[in-house]
Design a binder for this molecule. Structure first.
Ligand code: ADP
Ligand code: MG
Length: 335
């Protein structure tokens, strides 16, 4: 087991509801890592159930498009009921959210580069689903990107094995949540992640989430008006159907919407199949990877073709430590 004393924790990288993530260095090897400190409620000395589940899943995962877990450690007084657990990950300097929305990077994301990232996302998810795990929180801020041109899926805090037993419908960040979960469906599998991926691919090209609302009802009405009414034969079994069903029949208007956004035909075909309100008809990751979107011009970039971005944090570190000689790379490297 790794020891927390082996790491020099330098500053915070980000934080969510359940964790704070720090940038740190391994004192012995000099290797840079991300340390995720779990904010958890513990009874006795045991791990909280949520941490145990996240850890158990992460330990099974080995794939180039999934963030790598190096190990786990606790702060020194952990067994006295103080301190926390730290998950130690490979450090990833960017995430898709910040690249999409920061003014210095957004214009550098060509169609080929975005297609390359989406292809890697689908390859990572195809692997995850093939070993029977559903992520349940896919969104741009959970997709990390490094300077080798790789996208890696992170944040397995809500992930769970696919069982087709009753599960919580209250998962996935609202803007990326499929209609069946908004309607209270509790029997689901990998298809819920595929809706989120449809939203993410759409967002890459229109530079905003396609459905943006603050309540379940509002999100659903946006989905109905663009993707059409769900089939009542299927949807009437969901818990909230009676309260949240559409008040009229809505046709599928996704193609018109995509044309307004000047999206090309291959992208439209893919999105029609991912943003399908019927979960049974939604594309799997493998089907999506075989769609014409990925086999047509402009072709998805390979990792080595991607434009690289220097991390703002590293710029900060470089400027903070003038005594250390560093071969600072140019701000942006074009390959
Ligand atoms: P939470 O469950 O709290 O959302 P995440 O695993 O998503 O936890 O981490 C929160 C944030 O920390 C991420 O959105 C990202 O900005 C940053 N982060 C997480 N893992 C890494 C990593 N391996 N390298 C760099 N930054 C990371
Ligand atoms: Mg997160």
């Amino acid at each position: 087991m790794m020891n927390i004393k082996d790491f020099d924790i330098q500053f915070e990288l980000g934080s969510g509801t359940y964790s704070t993530v720090y940038y740190g260095k391994n004192n012995k090897t000099g290797e840079v890592v991300a340390l995720k400190e779990m904010k958890e409620f513990r009874e006795n000395c045991g791990f909280a159930q949520t941490t145990a589940r996240e850890l158990k899943i992460l330990q099974q995962l080995k794939h180039q498009n999934i963030v790598r877990l190096y190990g786990v450690t606790t702060s020194e007084k952990y067994c006295k009921g103080e301190g926390n657990i730290f998950l130690i990950f490979e450090y990833m300097p960017h995430d898709l959210q910040s690249l999409l929305y920061s003014t210095s990077t957004t214009s550098l994301l060509s169609v080929g580069q975005l297609k390359g990232y989406m292809k890697q996302l689908l390859i990572g998810i195809r692997y995850l689903h093939s070993i029977g795990i559903v992520h349940r929180d896919l969104k741009p801020s959970n997709l990390l990107i490094n300077n080798e041109g790789y996208l890696k899926i992170a944040d397995f805090g809500l992930a769970r094995p696919i069982t087709y037993r009753e599960c919580n419908y209250n998962v996935i960040t609202l803007n990326y949540r499929p209609p069946e979960l908004l309607l209270g469906c509790t029997l689901y599998g990998s298809e819920i992640d595929m809706w989120s991926i449809g939203c993410i691919i759409f967002e890459c090209f229109i530079k905003r989430p396609p459905f943006q609302a603050t309540t379940e009802a509002e999100t659903l009405s946006q989905i109905y008006s663009i993707c059409g009414s769900p089939n009542p034969n299927i949807a009437s079994q969901y818990k909230f159907w009676k309260n949240l069903m559409p008040n009229q029949f809505y046709p599928n208007r996704l193609n018109d919407f995509l044309n307004q956004c000047q999206c090309n035909q291959n992208l439209s075909i893919l999105l029609q199949n991912l943003l399908n309100v019927n979960p049974l008809e939604r594309f799997s990751a493998d089907k999506a990877l075989h769609s014409s979107f990925f086999t047509s011009y402009p072709f998805p970039f390979f990792p080595w073709q991607m434009v690289k971005f220097q991390s703002t944090l590293e710029t900060h570190i470089i400027s903070m430590s003038p005594a250390t000689p560093i071969d600072s790379p140019p701000l942006i490297q074009f390959v």
